[in-house]
Design a protein around this ligand. Structure first.
Ligand SMILES: Nc1ncnc2c1ncn2[C@@H]1O[C@H](COP(=O)(O)OP(=O)(O)OP(=O)(O)O)[C@@H](O)[C@H]1O
Ligand SMILES: [Mg+2]
Length: 416
């Protein structure tokens, strides 16, 4: 007789769960094998995976994938193409003198230049009498190799390639895709448009995919799926709180969930339940991985006043702040927003000022925002965290806003 078997904890409805570790399940810096979520764009019924797959199947087209920072562009390519077929290069691999085809060849182990003797490649020989001939692998051979092996070239972070180089790459790609070479160019919005999307030579030969920020419901799924796999209970409302704080970034969601697991482990919590009270601690822990201290202090200091004292305003907390300090504080306020129009900024500023005290005026607010933008533009990429344009302040880097809200071990409402 076949009695009811008592299954060990790892067995669940016919599925065998290995003893998964939190760091296998939540992977903020790598391919999330156990917590991959497929999602659809707001404007289409088709999933991003389906669209990208369709795009690369059509011969003769170059795929341009554009989306904000940390939204899952690279992971999407890896998911759809698979690690066996994907060849990833980065815009940062290009210097002004980089030979595009040499880079593309060496990435798959093809030796681009060499010497041959009787048809064999020779890297080193002591034979003085051997007939040596230099060769250069032709572009055609490289393209054929990619086609024969069904490889797809992904040029990731294309915006990192030097500006002049982007056009050269686009020209090479134009010719190659006509011959069946498959390539995807990935970049941040507005950062590499001219070379690819606004290149007349490529018009009519582009498949465009715009990746939008993540919705709370999709982010929630990462937590529910992952904690489920680890046998940890999480209520929908708690998953939602974390999702809101993840600022439309799946990476932040993965980071926070991983840190919640660390906390549960540290507390030796037997119930294995994610509790609302532990979230703030997990947020603080998460910011320990982010290095935006210099960015925040530059923004708070604002441009050099050349010895002139700035006007200060009395806030509700009884302290005095200048306009730059108030602006940074207003960005960090609740609810966390990735896009603040001028009216919202003004409202937040005014609400911070103590009753009956002087408030910053429109002209001064706008001027400070312009100056802040100029200040950040002059600095390295890590400083490009916000974009003030046409009356709206866009948060370009979700990790920065998260740091602003939870960094330095302080709570959002008391960080200044
Ligand atoms: N579909 C997904 N499901 C679950 N988690 C995801 C998904 N896509 C991305 N992530 C998480 O977000 C992290 C960052 O993703 P990815 O590196 O693809 O972003 P990106 O848009 O390429 O970022 P960047 O702008 O820095 O290049 C991943 O390591 C993973 O933890
Ligand atoms: Mg990427």
């Amino acid at each position: 007789m076949c009695g009811l078997a008592i299954l060990p904890k790892q067995f669940d409805k016919g599925k065998i769960f290995m003893n998964l570790k939190a760091e296998d399940v939540f992977r903020p810096g790598a391919f999330p094998e156990y917590t991959y979520i497929s999602r659809k764009s707001q404007f289409s019924d088709l999933s991003y995976e389906f669209r990208l797959n369709q795009a690369i199947r059509v011969s003769g087209f170059l795929t341009s994938l554009v989306g904000p920072s940390k939204m899952g562009k690279t992971i999407l390519c890896e998911k759809v193409i698979g690690f066996g077929r994907i060849v990833e290069i980065s815009g940062a691999d290009f210097g002004a003198d980089t030979d595009f085809w040499k880079l593309v060849a060496t990435k798959v182990g093809l030796s681009y230049e060499g010497q041959v003797i009787s048809g064999k490649t020779v890297y080193d020989t002591c034979d003085e009498y051997a007939m040596k001939e230099n060769y250069l692998l032709t572009k055609d051979k490289i393209i054929d190799y990619y086609k024969e092996n069904d490889l797809v070239l992904v040029i990731d972070d294309f915006h990192y390639a030097p500006e002049g180089k982007r056009l050269v790459v686009a020209q090479q790609l134009k010719d190659a895709i006509r011959r069946g070479f498959k390539a995807i160019v990935v970049s941040l919005p507005h950062r590499a448009d001219e070379a690819i999307r606004q290149n007349a030579d490529l018009s009519g030969r582009l498949s465009l995919i715009n990746m939008e920020p993540w919705e709370v419901d999709d982010l929630k799924e990462i937590a529910k799926l992952g904690f489920g796999k680890l046998g940890i209970v999480i209520e929908d409302s708690v998953a939602e709180r974390i999702a809101v704080e993840s600022l439309s970034s799946p990476q932040l969601m993965q980071y926070i969930c991983l840190n919640i697991c660390t906390l549960l482990e540290m507390m030796g919590d037997k119930n294995q339940r994610v509790r609302l009270e532990m979230l703030e601690k997990a947020y603080h822990y998460t910011t320990a991985n982010f290095e935006y201290g210099d960015v925040v202090s530059l923004m708070r200091k604002g441009p050099n006043t050349r010895g002139k004292k700035r006007i200060s305003f009395r806030a509700r907390d009884g302290k005095e702040y200048d306009l730059y300090e108030l602006l940074v504080k207003s960005i960090a306020e609740n609810p966390p927003l990735m896009k603040l129009d001028y009216e919202t900024i003004k409202k937040r500023l005014h609400e911070m000022i103590a009753d009956g005290c002087k408030r910053p005026e429109q002209r001064a607010i706008k001027e400070s925002l312009n100056k802040l933008q100029e200040l950040l533009n002059e600095r390295e990429d890590i400083f490009k965290v916000v974009d003030w344009k046409e009356g709206t302040l866009y948060i370009v880097d979700p990790l920065f806003l998260f740091y602003l809200r939870w960094g330095g071990g302080r709570h959002v409402s008391q960080w200044c």
